[in-house]
Design a protein around this ligand. Structure first.
Ligand code: PLP
Length: 373
């Protein structure tokens, strides 16, 4: 194989925007109402239906949704919030926005979601809540986390940013905690370009989430502000894209499931690859297809040269980020290993078998010379 990089033949993610998106966007532009309005309301109703969540609040990013979620529980200085060490940075930043203390917890070696045993070890009298990520689209151990939440009087925030469309024992991901969130960033399974959503079953919390989303403005009197809020509103133009995306909800999920099954079937022939495990009771949403490989960076470089895009979610345990050093207590060995070995293979709606074959073939070629080093 040449040492020149091939042009990207298979990207790691590829958002799909079709004629429906164009139609919705044009219709919205022509309606002259572009800021938060009817489309956002319809999108919220659609998501409430899809997830069976009683209250759904759309915002302009998953990060904004996390910030609101923590504000709903009046988190502040002195409070400790447990969060996986193997996490996206936004899952930690939302804790810092409140002036609270993130406590990093190791993850499970099979699902890469929070380890229940590790959570138990980190609970103190200052612990107020837990943020659990449904990694790659698979549920965190919700039954056990809920049990711990009850025993220790902790709130649970479900970070289902990557997991909309998955389920846990028949219940939609996003609805397992006291408050759940998801992200509609461009790379996600369903996108509004940027955007996010909150899910909850408590009417009072939902009311406050709406207040915080829009500068704490009273729902009944314009320019009367009853609490400190933000501009976290989603626009109708972004919601228009979301409505088009959700018109093919089942199809997209099924497509990703099939792609994941195809990978898993064919990667069996590669003993150096650890494919993702799906636990009983979990319907995986397959935002990512994360494998583990030794010498990951060499494998990745090889794939890049072959025109195969990959993603590393994530390369550092969050406590290794330069500005989070002050919160570092002790290394989390599973998270450390995952950050060294995880490699997310291309996965998107409309991916062809021929494209998957290119990935599998390039991966098997990449592993050959690396083994000999
Ligand atoms: C686990 C997790 N939480 C939160 C977010 C933040 O979402 P957003 O990019 O929409 O702000 C992301 C984004 O990728 C994520 O992966």
């Amino acid at each position: 194989m040449s040492h020149q990089n091939e042009p990207v033949r298979v990207p790691w993610a590829r958002p799909y925007f079709g004629p429906k998106e164009t139609e919705w966007v044009l219709r919205t532009l022509n309606s002259q109402w572009l800021s938060q309005g009817e489309n956002v309301k319809v999108l919220e109703d659609r998501l409430a239906g899809l997830t069976a969540s009683p209250y759904v609040v759309a915002v302009n990013s998953g990060t904004a949704a996390l910030d609101i979620a923590l504000k709903l529980f009046a988190v502040g200085p002195g409070d400790e919030i447990l969060v996986p060490a193997f996490a996206y940075i936004a899952s930690v930043n939302c804790i810092l926005y409140q002036g609270a203390t993130p406590v990093f917890v190791d993850v499970d070696p099979q699902t890469y979601c929070l380890s229940v045993e590790a959570v138990k070890e980190k609970i103190t009298s200052r612990t107020r809540g837990i943020i659990a990520i449904d990694y790659a689209g698979q549920a965190a151990p919700w039954a056990e986390l809920r049990q711990l939440g009850r025993e220790h009087n902790l709130f649970l925030i479900e970070d289902a940013a990557p997991a909309l469309g998955g389920s846990y024992r028949g219940q939609a991901l996003g609805t397992l905690g006291n408050v759940g969130i998801t992200s509609f960033h461009t790379a996600k399974i369903f996108t509004t370009v940027e955007g996010g959503m909150l899910f909850m079953s408590d009417a009072k919390l939902a009311e406050r989430a709406c207040l915080i989303r829009s500068h704490g403005e009273s729902p009944t009197e314009k320019y009367l502000h009853v609490e400190l809020g933000h501009n976290y509103r989603m626009t109708d133009l972004h919601a228009a894209i979301g409505l088009a995306q959700f018109s093919r909800y089942e199809q997209v999920l099924q497509d990703r499931r099939q792609a994941a099954e195809y990978y898993s079937r064919h990667l069996q022939a590669l003993p150096d690859v650890v494919p993702p495990a799906v636990l009983p009771g979990n319907q995986h949403a397959w935002f990512l297809y994360p494998i583990l490989v030794q010498k990951r960076d060499e494998v990745r470089a090889w794939l890049t040269r072959a025109g195969i895009g990959t993603n590393i979610s994530w390369p550092y345990p969050v406590y290794r980020q330069p500005y989070l050093q002050q919160f570092f207590k002790e290394p989390c060995p599973v998270s450390e290993r995952l950050c060294q070995q995880v490699l997310c293979l291309p996965m998107y709606y409309g991916m062809t078998q021929a494209e998957q074959d290119l990935v599998i073939q390039a991966l098997s070629q990449a592993l050959e010379p690396i083994k000999e080093h």
